[in-house]
Design a protein around this ligand. Structure first.
Ligand code: CU
Length: 681
């Protein structure tokens, strides 16, 4: 422990839990090599339990294919206990050197991290490398902090497409991706999927607030989601993961042959569905090329199965490539149908269609990742120890009829280890593949893997790094753009086990920061995160700030609350100065300002049963001087930042005096910033 880090009060090195007891355990394990049986049995608890019952054959197949480290991993024991197992000490910074993730008080991080919030349904903005969480942006999840799902402005976003605006209580967010122009992040929007409620949302980056949520018709469970890179976004591509009866109106539980799913192209500018493509099998992850011609998706259920055993039956599944130009032409030529009430044109992309190409790959592939040089795309094997690397230009040739066997687009199929899920790129010709079952990241060289596939004796494997534990996605800084800078890699690990202080049965996930700037990957930091982020993106702060102007203070004309401003105008209200109650029958509109430490109205009266809309405008000009408006015993809170207008509508069903008060500490007299609503019985 002879390093500088222990002198830094707020820094705990990766692998050291914040307690003396755990530190002792870590020290004991410090010299243990990564292959040590204790670590193996620790990390594989549960990882293979689900497969063990069904797939003895699968594990054997994996072990046969993946060489040295497979044997020890494949012999899974779900009974191994994590309770007393030591961790593995990670790389420590050299003596006298500050750790690489250290960002001193008052200093700013060099990168933004845009994190999915997983089951929370939000996105989170982090600083990288500190991995400090900056803000949360509620998207699919009602949130009392800012009144998301409570204010009229947020209800307009959340309620779109739902009967009577009755939106669901949350969502399952997975994949945040930023809009691009010519393969570079352009800073306009962040898009994210909701698997639970089959939606795609758009976040305006300048205000970091969700402005549109789109329900996707005709499919169930949007999982993989990516954006068009060229010439711009453009399309947002969304995969329907679960096959469902068509139409799904109460029939065919026992006839899965009649199930289907579709690939959806969304217009990212209008947030409308442009078209859908009917496919064979199912759709998991997706990515697009750098030429604006194709999107490609993995399918792990080519069998069309409805049970685990069914879905694993075939030795091969596939990657399906979508020919965007041909799809657009088919739609234009009217070669589509519509389903039920939906007006979305649906084209047929099943086997034999000129719109698609099905490339057989080893069974149950998962991640789909295009390389930043624009040449290749990789399908990650999951149940195969391989990654299948394919070349976009060969896809051109196949669609042009230059050859018949779709496997002709495969240029490499390196064997990496057990459970390859996702691959990231450093822009220097290397790829970084997460190995879920092995709890490792395999770094491999793309050209060496291609040469090896061509018959040359090359060693494409550069390094394997232990991660803690069971990584899903990994993501390299700018690695999904032409600007891949090969600086940081984050491994988003599903299990954290002994890496943090114990907090009960539900552990945080562990997002580990890895320095990939040198020849060797170096683990730099562990970051506990509220489950389950799945995926992230990392973008230099300067790049983003050069592209967009973050609004420190709201523009009073911002479209986010334009409908509320229009309503005020109809009432003849000047929002920045008027404090006034307007009654229209039993509809009551209460306009007031906020300026620390007072509300423009300190009392107002309504009658029991009135439908009341309170509209508050923050007229403070100072950045960060946010107010809240919380109404006692009514379950209402909303945040109003400088020059923002926010509103809430409720039925005044509880007679009496109800104090409203400011919830954001705005002034020394913040507690005195309050007023009374009288509800007359
Ligand atoms: Cu206040």
């Amino acid at each position: 422990m002879n390093d500088k880090r222990k002198d830094l009060p707020s820094q705990v090195q990766p692998g050291a839990a914040d307690a003396p007891l755990a530190l002792a355990a870590v020290s004991a394990a410090a010299d243990t090599p990564p292959e040590n049986p204790a670590r193996r049995s620790l990390m594989k608890v549960g990882a293979l339990a689900g497969l063990a019952g069904v797939g003895g054959g699968i594990l054997a197949a994996c072990a046969a294919g993946s060489g040295g480290n497979a044997a020890s991993s494949a012999g899974a024991s779900a009974s191994a206990s994590a309770a007393g197992s030591p961790g593995i000490a990670a790389a420590t910074p050299a003596a006298g050197k500050l750790p690489e993730d250290y960002v001193a008080p008052g200093q700013l991080d060099e990168y933004y991290g845009i994190w999915s919030g997983g089951q929370s349904g939000e996105i989170r903005i982090l600083g990288v490398p500190s991995m400090r969480e900056l803000v949360r942006v509620p998207v699919f999840n009602p949130d009392f902090t800012i009144g998301w799902g409570i204010t009229n402005e947020s209800k307009r976003v959340l309620g779109e497409g739902w009967p009577n605006g009755q939106f669901p209580p949350g969502g399952d967010a997975h994949h945040p991706h930023m809009s691009m122009t010519h393969g570079h992040y352009d800073g306009r929007y962040i898009f994210i999927n909701d698997k639970a409620m089959t939606r795609v949302a758009r976040i305006r980056t300048d205000i970091m607030r969700c402005d549109r949520i789109l329900r996707i018709p005709n499919v169930q469970a949007i999982h993989g989601m990516r954006v068009q890179r060229e010439p711009r976004t453009g399309y947002v591509f969304a995969n329907g993961e679960f096959r469902i009866p068509a139409p799904n109106d109460g029939r065919n539980l026992d006839d899965p042959a009649k199930y289907q799913t579709m690939f959806t192209g969304i217009n990212g500018d209008t947030m409308e569905v442009a078209w859908q493509v009917l496919v064979d099998g199912n759709l998991d992850n997706v990515d697009s090329d750098y030429a604006g011609k194709y999107a490609a998706a993995t399918c792990y259920n080519s069998e069309g199965g409805v049970t685990l055993a069914d879905m694993m039956r075939s030795e091969r599944d596939w990657v399906v490539v979508f020919n965007l130009k041909r799809i657009e032409e088919a739609v234009k030529a009217g070669k589509y149908k519509t389903i039920g009430d939906s007006k979305v044109p649906v084209v047929d992309g099943r086997h034999g269609s000129p719109l698609t190409m099905y490339i057989p790959v080893p069974k149950n592939p998962h991640g789909l990742n295009a390389s930043p040089d624009g040449k290749y795309f990789a399908a990650n094997g999951k149940l195969s120890p391989t990654v299948t690397l394919m070349q976009w230009s060969k896809v051109d040739d196949w669609f042009d009829g230059k050859f018949k066997d779709p496997r002709g687009v495969v240029v490499a199929e390196p064997q990496l280890g057990l459970g390859p899920l996702h691959t990231a790129y450093d822009g220097r010709g290397n790829a970084y593949t997460t190995l879920f079952i092995d709890s490792q990241i395999a770094k491999w060289n793309i050209q060496d893997a291609i040469d090896n596939y061509g018959g040359k004796k090359t060693n494409y494997l550069r390094q394997k790094l232990d991660v803690m534990y069971q990584p899903g996605h990994d993501h390299a800084s700018l690695g999904e753009t032409r600007d891949a800078d090969g600086k940081w890699l984050v491994s988003l690990n599903k299990f954290s086990k002994n890496r943090f202080l114990r907090v009960g049965p539900l552990h945080p996930d562990n997002d580990q920061l890895i320095d990939i700037s040198g020849d060797e990957m170096k683990l730099v930091a562990d970051a506990p995160v509220w489950c389950e982020p799945h995926d992230c993106l990392i973008i230099p702060a300067k790049m983003l700030q050069d592209k967009i102007k973050f609004n420190e203070i709201w523009d009073s004309n911002d479209p986010f609350f334009a409908a509320t401003v229009a309503q005020a105008k109809k009432h003849g209200i000047a929002l920045a100065k008027d404090n006034k109650v307007i009654r229209e029958g039993n509809r009551v509109f209460v306009y007031m300002t906020s300026s620390a430490p007072v509300y423009g109205l300190t009392s107002f009266k309504v009658k029991k049963g009135d439908i009341v809309t309170v509209i508050d405008t923050n007229i403070d000009d100072i950045q960060d001087l946010t107010h809240g408006w919380c109404l006692s015993d009514y379950g209402i809170n909303m945040e109003i930042s400088p020059h923002e207008t926010a509103s809430v509508t409720f039925v005044a069903d509880k007679p009496g005096v109800h104090w409203y008060y400011c919830t954001f500490f705005c002034h020394a007299l913040h507690l005195e910033m309050r007023g009374r609503m009288l509800v007359e019985a």
